[in-house]
Design a protein around this ligand. Structure first.
Ligand code: KIV
Length: 307
């Protein structure tokens, strides 16, 4: 979604996202972690780009999101902001509050959220947790930073949850998640991610909240959907969770492409004539002639001065 050069860019706001819910228009959200990806997803017309702390797994190679720091989040947010600007995209940009940046106190949460906005260039932050985080959310919102909530499977609590497992499957836990969702809305969240919960529960929550719900593994009744870009592109051929649809097999395609490159380097098929530069002024000089050229004695027979 590009604009005319020079035209003022009207970014999608939290209010517009709310209006999308009201008129029943689904919200398309995807993650991005660098400028190239941001340009691509911006041009593809996504509504919201999330700089997710999933970067700990898909970019940094960790097996959880826990090692991601606030500095990492700011670093990647800056790149994504730049890529969206290059694409002239009007996507709304959200940055994840990493583990340890908001749990200890509302004061710390406010400071971290402000850094993500001021230094990272995001328009809103996302943080994981339910009713226990009401005070943190209130304070961050009061400081002027919109907050997207995140409940259900909250990866920063992977050790407490006992793994990456579907949440809210029994009545008691489903009711607790519904209470959490209501508490987040009351605390001032402008949207809430519902991760890996039964589709029936997501339908109830989405119907009861006025703010948009963004689902991942939560079924089609959510007001929007979010996918990790690497999953959508099939970048890891070995990772295929049930909730993530691959729209292309870029992982397999990439392995094939790089394999063809390696083969062509080995066979000298690459680079071909189309990939090289020429200079009529540079010629190979025979050794005898070359020794006459000033300062060339140390490079016998390699290259001559311009003819
Ligand atoms: O970190 C992330 O990418 C996320 C999405 C999966 C919602 O939190």
């Amino acid at each position: 979604m590009s604009t005319q050069p020079g035209a003022p860019l009207k970014r999608l706001t939290v209010h517009e996202l709310r209006r999308m819910k009201e008129r029943g228009e689904p919200i398309a959200v995807v993650t991005a972690y660098d400028a190239t990806a941001a340009r691509l997803v911006g041009e593809a017309g996504v509504d919201v780009v999330l700089v997710g702390d999933s970067l700990g797994m898909v970019v940094q190679g960790h097996d959880s999101t826990l090692p991601v720091t606030l500095e990492h989040m700011i670093y990647h947010s800056v790149m994504v902001r730049r890529g969206l600007a290059r694409a002239g995209a009007r996507a709304h940009l959200v940055g994840d509050m990493p583990f340890g940046s908001y749990q200890a106190s509302p004061d710390e949460a406010v400071k971290a959220a402000m850094r993500l906005v001021a230094e990272g260039g995001v328009e809103a932050v996302k943080l994981e947790g339910g009713s226990d985080y009401v005070e943190v959310i209130r304070r961050v919102v009061r400081a002027g930073v919109p907050v997207m909530g995140h409940i259900g499977l909250t990866p920063q609590s992977v050790h407490k949850l006992g793994g990456y497992v579907v949440q809210g499957k029994d009545v008691e836990r489903a009711q607790a998640l519904l209470r959490d969702a209501r508490a987040l809305e009351a605390a001032g969240c402008y949207a809430v991610v519902l991760e890996c919960i039964p589709t029936e529960l997501a339908r109830v929550i989405s119907g009861q909240l006025a703010i948009p719900t963004i689902g991942i593994g939560a079924g089609p009744s959510c007001d929007g959907q979010v996918l990790v870009l690497n999953d959508l592109l099939g970048l890891d051929p070995t990772f295929s969770p049930r909730f993530a649809k691959r729209y292309v097999e870029l992982g397999t395609e990439s392995i094939g492409a790089v394999g063809r490159y390696v083969a062509e380097v080995k066979s000298r098929a690459f680079p071909a004539e189309a990939h090289v530069f020429h200079s009529a002024a540079v010629r190979l000089v025979p050794v005898a002639e070359e020794s006459d050229v000033d300062g060339r004695e140390d490079l016998p027979g390699v290259v001559g001065a311009p003819v």
